[in-house]
Design a protein around this ligand. Sequence first.
Ligand SMILES: Cc1ncc(C[n+]2csc(CCOP(=O)(O)OP(=O)(O)O)c2C)c(N)n1
Ligand code: SF4
Length: 275
Amino acid sequence: MDYEKYLRKGKLPHIWCPGCSYGVALKSILRAIDAQKIDRNDLAMVSGIGCASRLPGYVDFNTLHTAHGRALAFATGLKTACPDKHVLVVSGDGDATAIGGNHFIHACRRNIDMTLLVFNNFTYGMTGGQYSPTTPFGQFASTMPYGNVDFSFDIPSLAKGAGATFVARGTAYHVPALDRIITEAMRHKGFSVVEIMNMCPTAFGRRNKFKNPTDLFLWMKETFVPVEAFGKLAPEKLKGKFPMGILHKQEGAPEFCEAYFAMVERIKNGKDPQA
Ligand SMILES: Cc1ncc(C[n+]2csc(CCOP(=O)(O)OP(=O)(O)O)c2C)c(N)n1
Ligand code: SF4
């Protein structure tokens, strides 16, 4: 595939560290878009702030680099103004579930037709490794130098509980599966959330005894199990394992823009809102 046709070469070189898996995720996103033959003018990519949120700057779509945690609010306005466009939101775990946590849960219950990709690397990478809502219990961070004593969010469970109609998890190790997951998420009519396990060797790995990026990739290989196989694991084998793939899908729920514009039509036609 010709990746370069999608890149803003003037924005390169990128800021990502050697061994950061964000480039792997970027290529997966581009393959998913290319496979669907989406015209670049028909796609908008929106992000907040962080290493993950730099991604839209490198690609030649309609892009918005917004404020930390606020990408979903901007994306909601954009989608409502241009409901015929594909909208992809790229966020880090801090961006989506800490400073943007309230936007996240409310976007989930709104069922607006867009896809949120949360790059979960267990840390605030850009600002030097503070702990985030997904840092596992006991792991180390610049702000948890003696080990994290908070329990972490499970992003797919949070998304499902808040009402997202498509929830999936992929990883930067299981690349062909990730391509399929992103494609399916984008095809879903409604709010889709994909947690993409991504590893930050610089701010998280080194503090947590992962000596190099390969160790982090091998950890992902061992830890994430396709959801079908996960369901068949004996209870004693579940410890330390997590399912990946499409974890939840609900078809047919009213989509926000359609419901909103139908309401506008009813008002214009003077229909009794209670009828
Ligand atoms: C309102 C506001 N607060 C704090 C910051 C500082 N800040 C910039 S990026 C970042 C953390 C990003 O972490 P995450 O979203 O997990 O993305 P990553 O860098 O790991 O990809 C923070 C706290 C900011 N830019 N704006
Ligand atoms: S700090 Fe971490 S997340 Fe940010 S570019 Fe470097 S490796 Fe990637």
